[in-house]
Design a protein. Sequence first.
Length: 297
Amino acid sequence: MKWEGQRESDNVEDRRGEGLSARGGSGLGGLAGGRGLSLGGVVLALLLSWALGINPMTLLGLAQTGGSEPAPAARHAPAGPPAQDAGARFVRTVLADTEDVWDAYFARSQQGYERPKLVLFSGRSETGCGTGEAAMGPFYCPADRKVYIDLSFYDTLRDRLGAPGDFAQAYVIAHEVGHHLQKLLGTSDKMDQARRRVSERDYRALSVRLELQADCFSGVWAHHSQRSKAWLEQGDIEEALNAAAQIGDDTLQRRSQGTVVPESFTHGSSEQRVRWFKRGLEAGELRACDTFKAGAL
């Protein structure tokens, strides 16, 4: 992926090095206690959140996606000069390209695109949805409309999940921006409403459709990104497809517990995630990504 020298986004907030001290009511113990979940259930939810999907706090029922008051956001000192390490520059470059793609896409239908902020953090960080942990992997918080990522996740993606490559890393960002699109399009708010009226099992099924749609949206981004920049190299698309496969619910469950429980899926199987990314990649249109009306996923 020929990303060096491309435009970098100004919408990145670097909180690395700030750190948050552990305190009651937050982190793994606080999340477990707040919902009466077993530690094993929380750990499984956090593992599945590594599937690059919605904020794990949403899986645990703690995130605000619409309608109610978000958690108070922490105050942060004004950002200094942009960090020049390769990881930060890469993130800013990919985020900038998502901005370019979605700006142009929405402009074609005389609509504006609200660009999300992306927060780089290390360890823990306050969000509009509560305290974010590095162990959660990347996530999007609908309450403050920000993407959060601890760059150490890319080491996990490469070394533990078997998905190396810069375009695999770009897919992570594009997927989370896909959740931002869902917020802008009203899908996240509908999910929040559904949580109040459907069973836990039915909500998990809806979550799968939400995640697969974000995969499809990231494929649409890749379609237009390559057409405008021609910056992908041989093997880049395969990197993204491999990443989608490695973080499917079935693959993660098999890796973590040795068995697969389809009724507990929240993100979709490896095959489904690959299929919907490819669908967006080939179609290049958001309307091809209506997973909620699809009969078979």
